[in-house]
Design a protein around this ligand. Structure first.
Ligand SMILES: O=C1O[C@H](COP(=O)(O)O)[C@@H](O)[C@H](O)[C@H]1O
Length: 253
């Protein structure tokens, strides 16, 4: 695989969508666990977590080698882990508490730090995991290369905490950065940068329901615009970007 491969999958029902996500995630988990003895997975917040619900049911829950999984967040709100706004809490309640991933392989942000230091701390911890060979490094760009990012998109086309027209869209050096004026509350967050997202081996972009129908249309049909949505700015250097859409999200395609 060289460059970016794109695919759009449209599912007739929510059940088919969650089944499709579970099957392809389990297939990738097997592939990477065998190939490299680890499977590094990056989660977003939002309703993505609910769409992982089949993975925690038979047959997947019993077949997946959860001990190989390492969990990261593409973005996190700078709040305590038990705050209702926490992406960690969302994932813990909806997914992580239902599968036997070792606790020390779940890399939540340090919620005792302010945004700037939490971002620095997360980047330092990622560097240690690269040193230990848990997280791969892109040979081309030297940014960390995660096996799979399971992501959602906002109705304004944002992914992670990379919002339209925000200066963070042009961050080229940092792995993890922070934002204090997020247009979507809460305002203070940390986020992976584009170079990290672009180094991924696989991205599953999961969009369901009608709220993002216009963003999906623009993202997929209006690729030559000079006003690109953040999701359109992803350029995988050597990876596969797969859209998982339900019929409502794909209605205008
Ligand atoms: O604030 C956020 O929003 C996006 C999209 O969320 P959704 O509720 O529209 O699914 C999410 O991907 C991101 O992780 C989160 O912090």
């Amino acid at each position: 695989m060289a460059g970016e491969k794109k695919e759009v999958k449209i599912f007739d029902s929510d059940e088919d969508l969650v089944e499709g996500i579970a099957k392809q995630t389990a297939d990738l988990a097997r592939k990477f666990s065998i190939q490299r003895g680890a499977f590094t997975v990056v989660l977003s917040g939002g309703y993505l977590i609910d769409k992982l619900r089949k993975l925690v049911e038979p047959p997947y829950v019993g077949e997946v080698d959860w001990a190989k999984w390492h969990i990261f967040w593409v973005d996190e709100r700078v709040v305590k882990k038990d705050d209702p706004e926490s992406n960690y809490k969302l994932a813990k309640n909806g997914f992580l508490s239902k599968v036997p991933i070792p606790e020390d392989q779940i890399y939540a942000i340090n919620d005792s730090l302010d945004a700037e230091h939490a971002a620095e701390d997360y980047e330092t911890r990622l560097k240690e995991l690269v040193e230990r060979g848990v997280v791969e490094i892109s040979p081309q760009t030297k940014f960390p290369r995660f096996d799979l990012m399971l992501l959602g998109m906002g109705h304004d086309g944002h992914l992670a905490s990379l919002f339209p027209h925000h200066p963070l869209l042009s961050e080229k050096n940092k792995w993890v950065t922070f934002i204090k004026n997020s247009p979507k509350p809460p305002p203070v967050r940390i986020t992976f940068t584009f170079p990290v997202i672009d180094a991924s081996a696989y991205i599953f972009m999961v969009v369901a329901g009608s709220a993002e129908v216009d963003a999906v249309k623009k993202a997929l049909d209006d690729t030559s615009s000079d006003d690109l949505l953040p999701v359109q700015m992803v350029k995988l250097e050597n990876g596969e970007f797969i859209w998982f859409l339900d019929k409502l999200a794909a209605l205008k395609l």
